[in-house]
Design a protein around this ligand. Structure first.
Ligand code: CA
Length: 229
């Protein structure tokens, strides 16, 4: 049974998640502070962390910072804080996803499954071909096709698309994308990204104004959808 660590001081949420996750085959390990959370993470084979930000011994972002020093466990932040800068900060510290309270259990479980799958796929293979619906990306040959028709991408567009598909399901912040594709000094050049995203979507999306493959996470960045194969 895969173990999920919940770092949360609200008893009601602990109880609710314990029941809901048990029903879909996860065992919940509970911690109600940053300190006890870090201890639990170091002592158990944890496959994913659900993290509240308002904790009795500090800000949950501190947990992310410290956890990332010794573990690459995926982290989903669950918080009532619906402030863009908070979300971006958590993502940039290394959180993989962010759900604002109140959230539906169904949504949470979908995010958990998506992340677990991404981590598993990353572990299992140096996959050369990634298929998302009608979109096929070959990372070795650097070819892309949609609905079996080859698509011509520029070098930068291909790098951008590769970054997304290698991080399926995860929210990538503007800064993360810019620094990965354009380099360190470009973290604030969000207009570059907008231009490139528009070009990329025109080439790969059936309807670029209603994208299916790479969706906008308002104010934060973008997310590549998980393939449903
Ligand atoms: Ca709390």
């Amino acid at each position: 049974m895969a173990k999920i660590l919940l770092v949360e001081d609200d008893n009601g949420i602990q109880k609710m998640l314990s029941i809901a996750l048990d029903a879909v085959g996860y065992e919940l390990v509970k911690a109600n502070s940053i300190k006890s959370g870090l201890i639990a993470l170091s002592q158990n084979p944890i496959s994913l962390v659900l993290l509240d930000l308002g904790l009795p011994d500090g800000d949950g972002k501190q947990f992310i910072k410290e956890a990332k020093m010794f573990s690459d466990v995926p982290i989903i932040v669950i918080s009532a804080r619906d402030i863009e800068t908070e979300k971006i900060e958590a993502l940039e510290l290394g959180a993989d996803d962010y759900l604002t309270k109140p959230f539906s259990i169904g949504e949470l479980i979908a995010r958990i499954k998506a992340l677990s799958r991404r981590v598993k796929e990353k572990d299992e293979s140096q996959e050369s071909e990634i298929i998302i619906g009608k979109l096929i990306i070959n990372l070795i040959n650097k070819t892309v096709s949609v609905d079996s028709k080859p698509i011509k991408l520029t070098k930068k567009e291909f790098e951008l698309l590769s970054l997304f598909v290698k991080n399926q399901g995860k929210i990538l912040t503007h800064t993360f994308i810019l620094e990965n594709i354009w380099g360190c000094g470009y973290g604030k050049e969000t207009h570059y990204l907008r231009v490139f995203m528009a070009q990329l979507r025109k080439k790969i999306e059936e309807n670029p104004s209603v994208p299916q493959y790479i969706v906008t996470e308002s104010g934060m960045g973008y997310r590549c959808q998980i393939s449903m194969t």
